[in-house]
Design a protein around this ligand. Sequence first.
Ligand SMILES: Nc1ncnc2c1ncn2[C@@H]1O[C@H](COP(=O)(O)OP(=O)(O)OP(=O)(O)O)[C@@H](O)[C@H]1O
Length: 386
Amino acid sequence: MIELVGLTKRYGDKLAVDRLTFTVRPGMVTGFLGPNGAGKSTTMRMMLDLDNPTAGDVRIDGKHYRQLRDPLKHIGALLDAKAMHGGRSAYNHLLCLAQSNGIPTSRVSEVLDTVGLSSVAKKRSKGFSLGMGQRLGIAGALLGDPEILMFDEPVNGLDPEGIHWIRHLMKNLAGQGRTVFVSSHLMSEMALTADHLVVIGQGRLMADTSMAEFIAQNSRSYVRVRTPDHERMREALASAGHTAVVAPDGALEVDGANAAQLGELAARHQVVLHELSPQQASLEEAFMQLTAESVEYHAHAGPAGAHPLAAGAPYGGAAPGAVPPGAVPPGGGGYPSQAQPPQAYPPQGPPPGGTGQQGQAGQPGQAGQPGQQGGWGADWQRKKGS
Ligand SMILES: Nc1ncnc2c1ncn2[C@@H]1O[C@H](COP(=O)(O)OP(=O)(O)OP(=O)(O)O)[C@@H](O)[C@H]1O
């Protein structure tokens, strides 16, 4: 379990993390989301004692990180896959970590096998691709068989097989009762992996809730209607007081009525339907809805205006909350509060000033803790059994 109480970090004028209070619980995958520069990496660094909080506190199973004996046996982390000695082989990199944390040498080959790097174990890591580096970083996190695992953008650079593998790895680790805390900008991947979400924006806590609740609370549902009798359906909708938005493919997205009501409405007006499908927003849509106002770094994709079909007023009259012209986002979400210039997400390129990920040379305590041999994995096994 990881507990944060009022955790705050200020860099000069910049309040990077603002009084964060939440608990990351065992037995589930907790996703850590936020726009670029929201403070995710800074928060994770403070959890690992790589950065000092300006105020507040963070504890790992009730202790400060620096109080942990052999920290890799308690918490394993992947923060920056490139933060390793490139001249060392993958095997030697892990061997150093193992020896300084009282972890048996045999574990090195085990984790190399787990992450699929056995065949390049003797190769220097500086020749590794991004994805291979990620795998090596993940091997380092798993080395001490810890009960808490933390991954910052773990799928970055992984191929589809690798993404599939890490998804199942995280689920399995959580299924064993471990605490798994993972940040990612890949919403589709997070939707498949995380059970619980912690969302921050500009350093502040915006949500701490289950995946299902998050999507339900931060999105609208609507019904997608496709018909060759466009005009007649439009008139039918207007007569019933429903508002519709035209999706880029010409389908109507109707709020405020369920599929059965719309099917009956169409039947009464003798409108042929080719599609009538209730839509649940995706995690990405819900995330963008919640964080729209806390996005600091906007990219601009070109001239304003979405799909040409969206240029007119929404069908069915000017209902309150109707999407204004040009506001239907690509994909046709049509959420009123996204009525702003189109934005690519995530924005391309680094934010001004960088994200400050320099110097994350692994976890403290990965070196300099010799003499803790013996009992490897015992704590974890004991806790699992208790
Ligand atoms: N060492 C530092 N010195 C000064 N400012 C920093 C430092 N580290 C981070 N910041 C600033 O703190 C804010 C939060 O950065 P952080 O890297 O934690 O965000 P993030 O949510 O991890 O972003 P991303 O998703 O882009 O990785 C940013 O404005 C960043 O520029």
